[in-house]
Ligand binder design. Structure first.
Ligand SMILES: C[S@@+](CC[C@H](N)C(=O)[O-])C[C@H]1O[C@@H](n2cnc3c(N)ncnc32)[C@H](O)[C@@H]1O
Length: 146
């Protein structure tokens, strides 16, 4: 199957993206739910996590992405590679990142990356991220890369 074609940008404030997502279930998403969790916000086609998950089988990798077709494509690739430590969810991290993460046990989220975010969206994303970190025990590492 070829690459899925998607819009370059979406408006995260559009009504379609104002939904309340389900909280992530580690048990349903990963074979070893007790393993440390690595979160990539704005995972796009998911290639970064695809490589990371193959290189670090003792960790779980979660990608959050607002463009739903990319989430489906990334989950399909994960299955094709037989990876049980990699999962992607469709979510508007600007509005409801905290909902997705609300059931995580303390201490399990160890790394968060936000890579090459759009500048305008960055401030709001950061605000949301700080909210999440206040609710949870802090992860060991947060990387924001531009
Ligand atoms: C500039 S791209 C970077 C993609 C990828 N991190 C990389 O390094 O190649 C930003 C990504 O964040 C996603 N994104 C933008 N706003 C988002 C939001 N509110 N929630 C989740 N993902 C979002 C975009 O769809 C896009 O895939």
């Amino acid at each position: 199957m070829g690459r899925v074609r998607v819009h370059q940008h979406v408006n995260p404030l559009a009504p379609y993206f104002r939904f309340t997502p389900e909280a992530l279930s580690l048990e349903k998403s990963f074979e070893k739910p007790q393993n440390p969790l690595f979160l990539d916000i704005g995972s796009a086609r998911g290639r970064f996590l695809l490589q990371m998950a193959q290189d670090h089988r003792d960790m779980n990798f979660l990608g959050i992405e607002i463009r739903e077709p990319l989430v489906d494509e990334a989950n399909r690739l994960s299955r094709e590679h037989g990876l049980t430590n990699l999962h992607y969810v469709f979510n508007n991290a600007m509005l409801s990142l905290d909902k997705v993460l609300e059931n995580l046990p303390p201490g399990i989220l160890q790394n968060v990356t936000i890579q090459f975010p759009d500048l305008l969206k960055m401030l709001r994303l950061l605000f949301n991220l700080f909210q999440v970190l206040q609710v949870m025990r802090p992860p060991k590492c947060v990387v924001i890369q531009r």
